[in-house]
Design a protein around this ligand. Structure first.
Ligand code: SF4
Ligand code: SF4
Length: 447
């Protein structure tokens, strides 16, 4: 995937993708993505071979089409690829605007908040099949999919009723933890967030549900960078402030965790801002001036805050495993008879934390829980992308290998951390799906 010549000047998707071509060192490590869970790589290689043959770089339309193929699953080994895809998506939206359907589907936060202000109207819209069909048409949702309803009471309201929106003082706990809930658990599956609050309470931490916005991933995937940056800025300000006060920050959503821990941090140390501030001990800023790694789409944020935040965010399972190792969390399980499978989703795998829940849940007497899926399997949902008419078939194609493995295992239920995977598994396989923390909450109690 080597260079076809220098990038053109200006911000356009073809420039970001051209930088991707130019930055590639042809190491070939990503070749596995040709046959695995990525729609972009096979097409990018095909375009590259075609360009070599014709001795002409891919045209603007072809390069623009490539931007829509990346779900930011994180499987690619090269951070440069993700950084350039994020920029290419953002440039495309800057040039052409964002389709109303994509804008709406990537913005659960707005609907969730609207549900608090005018609950009757929103719940009517989301609860009657006819109204849901109308919304699906407006949002350009594939006719075979149906949008999930909003929960009757969102998690933030539940947490406020229990005083969890009040920041605990240092005297109220040696372990003060801020829970970054994420929109899907907050507005669609608050039972997952309630289970997190219960289990962390059992583990003896002082829990706080701080003011928060969408993590930014769904809007970044759609290239809506202005909206993303507004929300990310607000989150970074709140969360780094809490980290300074000694709070640990936990996420139950693998995508929020991946975004805050990996995507935001990736390349932060190479940004001009970081090197000018002397936070990078490597080469001078000019060495990276022309690099596609410098000044990524998040360069407007303070690079030091991006790095600090990534170090203070933990997946809930990762955090519970730490508490377990310290002897602070030793659940005693009630028996549960069943043959279930556990799937570690892409964004959890890419955090490099292993499978912290699996060992815990395998201690449940009577439960036969086996891992399913390889390190390159993906459910194909891509957040909310699977709902889109234009992405529905691709979404099923991406998830086909994993679905086949699950069918072969013939489980009675699936356990997975990702709520987008939950939506896809329910749609494709029709099986019950649980977040591991729900199982911990339902079948474990404090020793
Ligand atoms: S891993 Fe990165 S550098 Fe290596 S071939 Fe793939 S894109 Fe190029
Ligand atoms: S993030 Fe996922 S979809 Fe995007 S290029 Fe990498 S492997 Fe492909």
């Amino acid at each position: 995937m080597r260079s076809h010549g220098g990038p053109k000047k200006g911000a356009s998707p073809e420039n970001a993708l051209q930088r991707l071509f130019n930055g590639c060192t042809d190491c070939d490590i990503c070749r596995f993505l040709m046959d695995e869970s990525c729609l972009l790589f096979p097409e990018i290689y095909r375009r590259y071979d075609e360009a070599l043959e014709r001795r002409r770089a891919p045209d603007a339309d072809a390069l623009r089409d490539l931007t829509e193929r990346c779900t930011l699953c994180g499987l690619c080994p090269c951070p440069d690829v993700r950084a350039n895809m994020i920029r290419a998506k953002a440039d495309r939206v800057q040039d052409e605007g964002l389709e109303p359907g994509a804008r709406a589907l990537s913005d659960l936060q707005t609907f969730g908040r609207l549900g608090r202000t005018v609950p009757k109207l929103v719940n009517l819209l989301f609860s009657t099949p006819l109204a849901r069909r109308f919304l699906a048409k407006v949002f350009d949702v594939h006719p075979e999919r149906s949008l999930p309803p909003l929960a009757a009471e969102d998690f933030f309201r539940w947490a406020a009723r229990r005083g969890l929106d009040r920041k605990p003082t240092p005297r109220e706990g040696t372990r003060r933890v801020a829970y970054f809930t994420g929109c899907t658990a907050a507005y669609l599956f608050p039972e997952v967030a309630r289970a997190v609050a219960t289990v962390l309470g059992q583990a003896g931490v002082a829990l706080y549900v701080p003011p928060q916005q969408c993590c930014g991933m769904p809007t970044v995937v759609e290239g809506d960078m202005a909206r993303s940056l507004r929300r990310i800025r607000a989150n970074v300000a709140v969360l780094t402030g809490l980290a300074d006060e000694g709070f640990d920050i936990v996420c139950s959503c693998p995508t929020c965790g991946y975004f805050l821990k990996v995507i935001l941090k990736e390349n932060a140390c190479l940004s001009t801002g970081c090197m000018e501030a002397g936070a990078h001990a490597g080469p001078s800023p000019s060495s990276y001036g022309a690099s596609s790694l410098a000044d990524d789409a998040f360069a407007a944020l303070d690079p030091k805050e991006r790095i600090v935040l990534s170090q203070r965010v933990f997946d809930v399972g990762e955090y519970l495993a730490r508490l377990h190792a310290e002897g602070r969390f030793r659940p005693v399980f009630r028996p549960l008879s069943g043959r279930w499978v556990y799937y570690a989703p892409c964004h959890q795998r890419e955090q490099g934390i292993g499978t912290p829940y699996l060992g815990m849940l395998q201690n449940i007497p009577g439960l036969n829980l086996e891992p399913v899926g390889s390190s390159t399997d993906c459910c194909g949902m891509g957040g909310s992308l699977g709902y889109k008419k234009a992405f529905h078939e691709a979404s099923l194609q991406l998830g086909a290998s994993l679905m086949e493995k699950i069918r072969k295992a013939a489980p009675e239920a699936i356990v997975t951390d990702c709520l987008s995977c939950r939506l896809q598994f329910r749609f494709v396989l029709g099986l019950p799906v649980y977040h591991p923390v729900e199982v911990l909450c339902a079948f474990g109690s404090r020793a």
